[in-house]
Design a protein around this ligand. Structure first.
Ligand code: 3PG
Length: 222
């Protein structure tokens, strides 16, 4: 299930975890990310404008991999899918959200931190889960231990990932991609200047390219 999406995810290497408070930031943020070679965004439902941000971003940048994050219930999943989200990310394991997304053919990455949660996800046909908060739950070393019994499973770690440890995470086969806020912190563009986002995202993609060997042209500006 969702193999095409998983391939895209691996090619992207990094998904920025976006928290937007102002709808007017949507397009300049997307523009900065795209020009840095990072054509993706997980728009979190931590602010009330998330669905509007998703529809606005997709309308203006249809090729961008725009998904919804921090989806906590089926109602939010519905709102995100109606807005055009191409994938859904949830911090935890909720079988209702998984069933809703799969029945709509929308890739879902649920959170799973324990062997039991991974078993439940795999039972529902989901072999890629979010590992959050990665740093607090033992980071790469926990992921490697979980990979023992779950040899087909792959992880999207988020929480505590940054330019200093990204390469280490991405070099591990168990990691399909990484997520995080380090290049899109709201404080970086509170003055309306998105150059810091561009610079941090560019540096990030340099690490991605040197670590996962992205085929030429694939993670380039749209
Ligand atoms: C998430 O929602 O995945 C995390 O809050 C991102 O964590 P970070 O801010 O440490 O990158």
């Amino acid at each position: 299930m969702f193999e095409i999406f998983y391939e895209k995810l691996q090619t992207l290497g990094v998904i920025p975890t976006v928290i937007l408070n102002d709808i007017n930031d949507t397009l300049p943020l997307a523009d900065a990310l795209i020009h840095a070679g990072m054509p993706s965004a997980e728009i979190t439902f931590r602010t009330s404008i998330a669905a509007d941000v998703i529809s606005n971003m997709i309308k203006n940048f249809p090729n961008m991999e725009v998904g919804a994050g921090t989806i906590l219930n089926i109602g939010q999943a519905k709102q995100a899918i109606d807005a055009g989200a191409k994938y859904i990310v949830s911090p935890g394991y909720n079988s209702g959200i998984i069933a809703y997304c799969t029945s709509h053919n929308i890739p879902i990455i649920p959170g799973a931190l324990t062997a039991s949660e991974i078993m439940n996800a795999e039972d529902m046909g989901i072999f890629v889960t979010k590992f959050f908060p990665a740093k607090q739950f033992g980071g790469l070393s926990t992921i490697q231990s979980l990979r023992g019994p779950f040899s087909l499973h792959r992880f999207l770690p988020t929480g505590g990932i940054n330019l200093n440890n990204l390469a280490e995470y991405l070099s591990d086969e168990a990691v399909i991609a990484c997520g995080g806020t380090w290049m899109v912190k709201p404080s970086a563009f509170c003055d309306g200047d998105f150059s810091e986002v561009y610079e941090l995202a560019s540096k990030t993609m340099k690490v991605v390219r040197s670590t996962i060997n992205v085929p030429q042209g694939q993670s380039q500006p749209i």
